[in-house]
Design a protein around this ligand. Structure first.
Ligand code: CMC
Length: 391
């Protein structure tokens, strides 16, 4: 039993080779295909970053136009899928609906599930990226009891999503460019993050040759947890619960207390032992959006003050705990009008690009084999069965 490396939580095991994303956690650096996340968030678009992650290089003008057209051509979902939604309770958490509906895509798109055919893999990838906004918006519409809104493919990816989410009958939602821009940035910041728990889940599921739609559903299930993507919802709920700046010390004390399971949500990271470079952009975007929309949400003041207090506290300094991507995103999403239950759905929407790109990379890798960890066995040694009458 001593033959295996014991590495619970995989803190020091590389599970694959990957050319997509580079993280230097000590320096707080994040690169996609070599490009710094800050530059991509400020200057690029989510469609362009998607192309980059999938194909390895930034697209030419023509390539970007072709890619965008391909994605918008796949935004519709099979009409039968609307019936599938109706099986859920209206008060179901939208992430529960996402796990089910995305998994169900396996049953709708049989012509893109031969994973050994690169053309089918490409179609499956495009379908997933394209349908995610439609599926996410439908999950929201279903939860609030409003009719589904069909995609409008003359709009940008992000504007189309916002319209499908916020339009109501006879009242077309006209997305404010400030909001479209902020939303697009949030999507870029969540697009990929190397071998995080959900991406590793997608790879592990995919390593058995499973259907790509089922693999992404597995990723969504993993992302839901509060230690991972669920942290954006948990972080805003926490900030609202704190409510006012004077109550922050109480929560800081709780986070430091070993006997209290409470953690500061949106704080700390397995890899970053420095400021999360995504949080830097997120904080600035939050400030811009609130200013431009004229929203005065006390939750932003609580967040900024909490960050300052934590960054100067010996506990957080010693453990190198900094705000992560989820700390400020909720402030923006809330200002745009999303309920907290939708936050992790938006994360899933954006991360689908990373999942799909990583899945493709894995399937194309000649070294790829089924992921099958071993264990250190701690159970009883071999013993003989005793009939129930003799026990
Ligand atoms: N508040 C208070 N203490 C913390 C926190 C926190 N947010 N995060 C870590 N610690 C402490 C933890 O108690 C432990 O202390 P000790 O060494 O004395 O036992 C130490 O710091 C190391 O923590 P860990 O749990 O061993 O570290 P990990 O790498 O396994 O966990 C993490 C990383 C992100 C799960 C964790 O920091 C956490 O739970 N953060 C809150 C949830 C969160 O914001 N998650 C989002 C992560 S980023 C985006 C994403 O993946 O979705």
């Amino acid at each position: 039993t001593g033959m295996f490396t014991y590495d619970p939580g995989f803190t020091s095991t590389a599970s694959c080779e990957s050319g997509l994303t580079y993280i230097d956690g000590d320096e707080g650096v994040l690169l996609h295909r070599g490009y710094p996340i800050g530059q991509l968030a400020e200057q690029s678009s989510f469609m362009e970053v998607s192309y980059l992650l999938l194909n390895g290089e930034l697209p030419s003008k023509q390539e970007l136009a072709d890619f965008t057209r391909t994605i918008t051509r796949h935004t519709m979902v099979h009409e039968q899928l609307t019936t599938f939604y109706r099986g859920f309770r209206r008060d179901a958490h939208p992430m529960a609906i996402m796990c089910g509906v995305v998994g169900a895509l396996s049953a709708f798109y049989h012509d893109s599930t031969d994973i050994n055919d690169p053309a089918q893999r490409t179609i499956a990838s495009h379908r997933l990226i394209a349908k995610m906004p439609t599926i996410a918006a439908m999950a929201y519409k279903y939860s609030v009891g409003q009719p589904f809104v069909y995609p409008r493919n003359d709009l940008s990816y992000t504007a189309n999503f916002l319209r499908m989410t916020f339009s109501v009958p006879a009242e077309e939602y006209e997305p404010d460019p400030v909001i479209v821009d902020a939303m697009d940035k949030i999507f870029i910041l969540h697009a990929d993050h190397e071998q995080n728990a959900s991406t590793s889940t997608v790879r592990l599921a995919g390593s058995s040759g499973a259907n790509p739609f089922a693999c992404i559903a597995a990723g969504i299930a993993c992302l839901w947890g509060p230690a991972h993507g669920g942290a954006n919802e948990a972080a805003l709920n926490m900030l609202r619960e704190i409510g006012t700046v004077d109550r922050i010390p109480e929560y800081i004390a709780r986070a430091k207390n070993k006997d209290d399971p409470f953690r500061l949500m949106g704080f700390g990271h397995r890899v970053y032992k420095n400021y999360d470079p995504r949080a830097t952009v997120m904080q600035k975007t939050a400030k811009d959006v609130l200013e431009k929309l004229g929203v005065n949400d006390p939750v932003f003041d609580v967040a900024k003050e909490l960050e300052q207090i934590a960054l100067n506290d010996p506990y957080f300094i010693e453990k190198k705990l900094y705000p992560n991507v989820d700390f400020y995103s909720g402030v923006i999403l809330s200002a745009i009008g999303f309920p907290t239950e939708m936050f992790t759905v938006l994360f899933a929407l954006a991360r689908t690009v990373g999942w799909v790109a990583q899945w493709n990379e894995m399937i194309s890798d000649p070294a790829q084999k089924i992921g099958r960890p071993r264990q250190l066995y701690t159970g009883p040694v071999q013993r003989d069965y005793v009939p129930v009458a003799d026990r």
